[in-house]
Every structure is written in C-alpha cells, then in structure tokens.
Design a protein. Structure first.
Length: 262
C-alpha cells in the first residue's frame, strides 16, 4: 500500500497517474443499447481497477519515472483505497465505493526498492579466480592495489567468456598459461567478502567463479598488478592473505565433488 505522506514524491506521482486512469475509466454513459446499466457499471469498475494497477506496475518497473515527479500536478484529494492500494482522488464523490474487496491473496502491492548502504556507488561484476596447486603448494600473488596476498584473478570483461577471462587474468598477473580442471565454487555473499572497496573509491560486488587450474605453459613473471608471485604451503598461508582467497583455498583442498555456492 502506498504511504500517504506529504513528502513522498513518488507516491504523489502515482496518485496523479492513478487518479487520471480511474476518473477516465469510470465515466458511465447514460444509455448503452442492449446492456443493462448495472452490468456496464461493473465492467467499467473492473477496467478502472486494472488501469490503476497497471500504473503501479509501470512505476515499479521504471525507476526513471521518479524524475518526472517535480512536474506532476498537485491535485486536491480525498483518500481512496482500491484493491489494497491507496490513491488520492478528487473531491468529487468516490466512484469506487461499490467495488467488492478481493481476497488478500490476490492483492497486489507496490514495494519501494530495498535500501542499501552501497546505493549509487556499487557495481556488480562477474569475476574469476584460479587455485593453482603444485609440489610447492598454492601459487599466490602479492597484489599492487591493496598490498595483500591473493589468488590470481579478476573481472570478466564485456564480450569475454569465463574461460577466456580466467586464462587472461592468470597470464597478466603471473605470466603462466593455465587451463581449468574443475569448478571449486561460485561466491557472491557479502558475508564472504565479495564486496571490495578499492583505493580509488570504486566499490565492486563480485559474483565470482573459482577454478582449480593446471599450468600448461609460460614462466612465472609478475605483471603490473603483481608485486610478487610465490608458492605457499597451504598449512602456512601468509597472515596478510585476502579473506576471499583463504575461503576458496580451503574449499579447493576439501576436494568436494560438488561445487560450493557461497
């Protein structure tokens, strides 16, 4: 139900649109040959409700309508509730007073978007990372952006497949050519450190796929995003290891048949 608060600009916009739809749809001619007046009244009322609810659906789907709020007309109003939704209609008599109430399970509601502490700053991006295991342990890179150790990986670029992104990121950061052996898991939960704030102020929510990979070529050579590349014993990982990498290494060593979804 829309809140009838004077400072709710979006509600005011919906009020104006819904009012116009209701009043237009409920204009009842004096006579319609071959149709009883009561039947025509009921049909028009159903059409009015449908139009009003369509207004709400349009507003919910298109957030850009909020930009038109300041241009919306301010109309004198009297409270009206139609099918579980609150509207303002003009001071004329309520044209929907005879509408039967729908069962609660059929009521449709307009819900404002959930508030987020990252609204306006966060970008969601797909990402990849590689767990490369060898006789010396697991290969980690010392990152130049946050000065922490982590798994090789990064974002999937537009037009790029996950496999291509994985090979590119490992090549750029370690100098190695790899191919994926298995999917370790898919990671997206903010609780598992999937939202990262970079020194330049960018906030990225990564939906990341992590793969165990084997080396097929190349030699270890640090790229511009790496300060160092080094093998570590999984039982002696560096203290300044990124939390997201620690979780993925642990999942890789669990050797589960099914991929983790975290």
């Amino acid at each position: 139900m829309l809140e009838q608060e004077g400072d709710d600009l979006l509600a005011r916009h919906v009020v104006c649109l819904a009012q116009a739809q209701l009043l237009e749809a409920l204009v009842l001619p004096d006579e319609v040959p071959g149709r009883p007046r009561e039947e025509l009244q009921e049909a028009l009322e159903r059409r009015a409700v449908g139009r009003a609810l369509q207004v709400l659906d349009d507003v919910a789907r298109d957030a850009a309508l909020a930009q038109d709020v300041q241009r919306a007309a301010r109309l004198p109003s009297a409270g009206v509730v139609v099918d579980g939704h609150a509207f303002h209609c003009s001071s004329r008599s309520d044209p929907t007073a005879s509408l039967p109430a729908r069962p609660a399970r059929h009521r449709r509601r307009f819900a404002p978007p959930r508030a987020s502490p990252y609204d306006g700053a966060m970008v969601i991006r797909p990402g990849v990372s590689a767990v490369i295991l060898g006789p010396e342990g697991v290969l980690l890179q010392h990152r130049s952006d946050n000065f922490l150790w982590g798994l090789p990986g990064g974002a999937v670029e537009p037009g790029e497949s996950v496999r291509e992104a994985l090979a590119r990121e490992v090549r750029e950061e370690t100098g190695l050519e790899v191919e994926p052996l298995r999917l370790i898991g898919v990671y997206s939960s903010p609780e598992h450190h999937q939202i990262i704030t970079y020194p330049d102020g960018n906030v990225i929510h990564y939906v990341s796929s992590c793969f165990e990979c084997r080396i097929t070529g190349g030699t270890i050579a640090c790229g511009p995003e790496s300060l160092a590349c080094q093998w570590f014993d999984p039982e002696r990982l560096p203290v300044d290891l990124m939390p997201i990498s620690r979780i993925r290494i642990r999942d890789a060593l669990a050797r589960e048949v099914r991929a983790f979804i975290r």
